[in-house]
Design a protein around this ligand. Structure first.
Ligand code: CTP
Length: 411
């Protein structure tokens, strides 16, 4: 799990700093790239030469290289690291971290780190149990820092109790299992997904349009689950409930209001994506000629006809160009011969999965927060799910994308 991970190790000035050499060696053995940042005090416990030799990287202490003025960028360090381990972390450094006192490179790197941060405290037992330390640790936990608890035992002061830094092998194991848990919770990490959502809007004139009742809720719920499972997600949205716009942190949104504009966007987005979910209700027909001004009723002698032309089928275009490592999911909204029509569509559009929505069930379909669907795969196997929240349906659909429909749990 740790192979090729970039680990930033911060060493503060406690007697346990001597164990940092073993920690660096253990991390290197697991295939990590290690950079070390230390405080001035830490240098009194272990030499930069030892750590530079073991880590195969220069040791960073100062904000600037005093020889040539070159900036040791804490920002770059923070971005480079996949994990920042501060071991040993003294009571003083814990206090600075908890309160944002950024008076050395190690703490500024902490404030710049976007990666998970791990802290292995070390101090005398009375310092560890002091309310100040307890308060700072509580604050760090609330800030999302992982605390690797100290061991109990013989301390440098001659006292015995809790305060010895966890052993280097235990620290490495802790971080390894952190990344293992992360990757099992995020099976789609490294994958790109694009989800269409909402109902397309086909303009008649400058103020009127033809659309449908789709709210975009199902598409957004799927985008959320894909993102939570680690995928990098883009939502291509047509007309959606205004509350949905920008509602998912870390997801890119592209607006494509009409069927034609959605076709153009998806033509660009789909080749870059591993997972493509077509949850939008796309118009099958659009207005042949959109009037550039508002149409007036007296222009039509009480009888207005609008000429419609067929739109391009986006899902079929994606299905035609599908590569073996792409999964394409479509939706089918049917009122008659539901299963039969959905099966016809999965074949005709070369989809991997189709999600059949039925409007017959109360609480299912447009605008509701609940949905009742049947998920069908390209072998024409299907699984019918009960009425549940769109969030739960989204989980089922994403389970089917990851592990096939047999992995969808029936309730
Ligand atoms: N779809 C599409 N492009 C279109 C029409 C539909 O990509 N121009 C997609 C929808 O996003 C959905 C799937 O095709 O994922 C099925 O849409 P649906 O409207 O149920 O089927 P149609 O093929 O349009 O057939 P019909 O409307 O006749 O049932």
């Amino acid at each position: 799990m740790l192979n090729n991970k970039n680990i930033l190790l911060g060493i503060t000035g406690g007697i346990a700093a001597y164990k940092a050499a073993i920690l660096v060696r253990e991390l290197k053995k697991r295939g990590c790239n290690v950079k070390v940042v230390m405080t001035h005090k830490a240098k009194e416990f272990i030499t930069p030469l030892t750590l530079a030799t073991l880590s195969q990287n220069p040791i960073l202490v100062e904000f600037f290289n005093p020889e040539n003025g070159e900036w040791n960028s804490h920002v770059k360090l923070g971005l480079w690291a996949d994990a920042y381990i501060i071991a040993p972390a003294t009571a003083n450094s814990l206090g600075k971290m908890a309160n944002g006192i950024a008076d050395n490179l190690l703490i500024t790197a902490y404030l710049s780190a976007r990666c998970p941060v791990f802290v292995a405290p070390t101090m005398d037992l009375d310092m560890y149990t002091h309310p100040t330390t307890a308060r700072n640790i509580k604050q760090l936990l609330a800030d999302g820092v992982n605390i690797i608890e100290p061991d109990a035992g013989f301390l440098a002061s001659g006292l015995e109790g809790k305060g010895r830094m966890a052993e280097p092998t235990a620290i490495v194991e802790y971080i390894d299992s952190y990344f293992k848990t992360l990757s099992s919770n995020r099976p789609l990490s490294g994958k790109r997904a694009v989800v269409t959502a909402g109902g397309t809007i086909e303009p008649i004139d400058s103020v009127r349009f033809i659309s449908n009742y789709s709210s975009g809720k199902m598409g957004y719920a799927i985008a959320q689950v894909l993102k939570d499972k680690g995928a990098e997600v883009t939502i291509v949205r047509a007309g959606v409930d205004a509350r949905l716009k920008g509602s998912i942190d870390g997801v890119t949104e592209v607006e494509a209001m009409s069927a034609q504009s959605m076709h153009q966007v998806m033509h660009k987005e789909s080749p870059k994506s591993d997972i493509i979910v077509m949850a939008a209700a796309v118009a099958d027909y659009t207005v042949e000629t959109t009037a550039t001004r508002k149409l007036k009723k007296e222009d039509f002698n009480g009888n207005l006809s609008i000429q419609l032309t067929q739109t391009k089928d986006i899902a079929a275009m994606i299905g035609d160009n599908k590569t073996s490592n792409q999964t394409v999911v479509g939706f089918a909204l049917e009122t008659d011969n539901e299963l039969e029509n959905a099966k016809r569509k999965i074949k005709a559009k070369n989809l991997d999965i189709i999600v059949l929505n039925s409007l017959k069930d109360a609480g299912a379909g447009f605008g509701f927060d609940t949905n009742k669907v049947t998920i069908i795969n390209s072998n024409m196997e299907s699984i019918q799910l009960s009425l549940k929240s769109k969030k739960d349906v989204a989980h089922d659909i994403v389970d089917a994308i990851i592990g096939g429909i047999s992995s969808v749990k029936l309730d």
